[in-house]
Design a protein around this ligand. Structure first.
Ligand code: BG6
Length: 503
């Protein structure tokens, strides 16, 4: 990466949850890599804040070891680290106490005076969502949000627990900040491969004529993880797969596939087109939920030679929990482009493979001219967009196998990041933090987008809440989820597609 044409302005980052896991694993390594790649401005300050008493020195030492452990660029080189750490500070805080915010105000003033400028101020809320309201309100009380151009607030997911709470949070935030100051994170939008879906669709003319119900038979969006809930049982048990993954990441992937071409790459243009998709999605009545949505919970089992506990045995999880760790849904989009085309979405923890793959299956040829024997392994065309771990786009077509007889088989035309570029892709958090500095909201969730996604899934959540599942746990670790998920798609004559794991 090079920042030859784009310049970032002097910036003060104030990170709430500065001693937390997200800062260690994602935010600090992202800031460090932005610094290495020359994206941070010459004048910047990173102020971590939390309840724990640390000196600047102790905080720097902690971030150093986090970066050594989690940065994509490996261990920090001494000279670079020494330069970077000079701009890191720590401020102990009580987020309920007005004094804390007065201290932030003083720090902001101090940097502005020293730099002889007015810097961007980014409040990064990497804390549990129940603290969002109090922090936002206190920022406002301390008059730290007055400058609508320079001050921004970054909100991590989950954004609300349901439609009502998301609306409340939006109301609170927009009472203090302008929408243009609010950066709601969905980290999937920052992934290189996800951004590339737009490039692929809208920078190539050959796709658009095929990109509709006339040629596309169905779409699958599958985001599966081998990990269980790890240490996040307390959060996850109140959330579940539907809230944790489908409401945000999977629906955003779906929007990328289904959106109309925006008029420009302007943030609101792009987000308008995504909201259009969410609004056009068919609503679920209670009977539709039974037919179109499936839930699952993992049992204990073995993964890669290691015995793993079932969900109900995980730390901080209710031993009788009815929370789903797997969800699969069949969606429809009621508009001209997609009428009648099913979009299947599935996600789960403790699954056989960790992979995020979007499969677009095209309609069959109208008439087969080849002898039956020639086409034994015949398969409809598929476009497979692999988000992770493989980063690729492959178009599956039929070809004649070399030989004297006419035998057809499926071959892949592949665009593979690894084979095409020798630069390392930035982490999603690098992209998103840089965009926050630049004031570009294209890859962030607008308030109405979040609400439209909640509105769509609320009937499913309500139905599930009112009717507990009696067969949990219903899939074993290292499987592909419950059988009912296979049935959901098999009823329509399809099956879930997975990319073979590369050894
Ligand atoms: C988070 C979810 O938003 O995304 C986690 O809360 C999930 O439960 C994670 O594991 C997956 O992200 P990624 O980038 O690893 O696919």
């Amino acid at each position: 990466m090079s920042n030859s044409s784009i310049k970032t302005q002097p910036t003060i980052f104030i990170i709430f949850g500065g001693t937390g896991d997200l800062t260690s694993r994602k935010i600090a390594p992202a800031l460090y890599n932005l610094f290495l790649d020359g994206w941070l401005p010459p004048q910047y300050a990173i102020i971590g804040t939390g309840r724990t008493q640390f000196t600047d020195e102790q905080f720097r030492t902690n971030l150093h070891s986090d970066i050594d452990q989690f940065s994509r660029s490996g261990k920090a080189k001494e000279a670079k680290w020494n330069e970077f750490e000079q701009n890191i500070y720590y401020q102990v805080s009580d987020i309920k106490d007005a004094e804390t915010y007065k201290e932030f105000g003083k720090s902001i003033e101090k940097f502005n005076t020293a730099w002889k400028t007015k810097a961007n101020v980014i409040f990064y809320l990497a804390v549990s969502p129940n603290f969002f309201p109090i922090i936002a309100a206190n920022i406002a009380k301390a008059k730290l949000a007055v400058d609508k151009e320079l001050v921004r607030i970054v909100i991590e997911k989950p954004f609300g627990h349901d439609l009502e709470t998301a609306k409340e949070l939006n109301k609170l935030l927009t009472g203090i900040f302008h929408e243009q100051q609010v950066y709601r994170i969905d980290h999937y939008l920052g992934k290189e491969t996800v951004q590339n879906i737009m490039a692929f669709r809208f920078a190539n003319s050959i796709m658009e004529p095929l990109w509709n119900r006339n040629y596309i038979e169905h779409v699958q969006i599958s985001v599966t993880e081998q990990l269980g809930v790890e240490e996040r049982g307390d959060y996850y048990d109140g959330a579940g797969a539907m809230r944790d993954m489908i409401q945000n990441h999977l629906l955003q992937l779906l929007c990328h596939i289904a959106m109309e071409p925006p008029v420009s790459f302007n943030a609101d243009e792009v987000r308008d087109r995504k909201v259009d998709v969410l609004r056009a999605m068919r609503r679920f009545g209670p009977d539709d939920v039974r037919m179109s949505a499936v839930r699952g919970q993992y049992a204990s089992g073995w993964m890669q030679g290691k015995e793993v506990p079932g969900y109900r045995e995980e730390p901080k999880v209710n031993p009788e929990s009815n929370t789903e760790t797997f969800a699969a849904v069949k969606f429809f989009i009621d508009n001209w482009r997609w009428q009648g085309v099913p979009f299947y979405a599935r996600t789960g923890k403790r699954m056989h493979q960790s992979s995020s793959v979007i499969t677009i299956q095209f309609r069959d040829v109208p008439h087969l001219i080849f002898p039956t024997g020639a086409a034994e392994s015949w398969q409809q065309n598929r476009l497979i967009i692999s988000i992770q771990p493989e980063m690729s786009i492959r178009l599956q077509v039929q070809a004649k196998r070399p030989g004297l007889d006419m035998v057809l088989n499926t071959v892949d035309m592949v665009f593979d990041y690894k084979g095409t570029y020798d630069t390392q892709a930035p982490e999603a958090y690098e992209t998103l933090i840089l965009d926050t500095m630049l004031g570009d909201q294209t890859l962030f969730m607008r308030g109405d987008q979040v609400e439209a996604a909640w509105e769509l899934i609320m009937p499913i959540l309500n139905t599930w809440q009112n009717k507990k599942s009696l067969n949990f746990p219903n899939y074993s670790a290292d499987s592909w989820g419950p059988e009912s998920a296979e049935a959901l798609i098999a009823r329509d004559g399809f099956n879930w597609f997975t990319l073979p794991i590369k050894k």
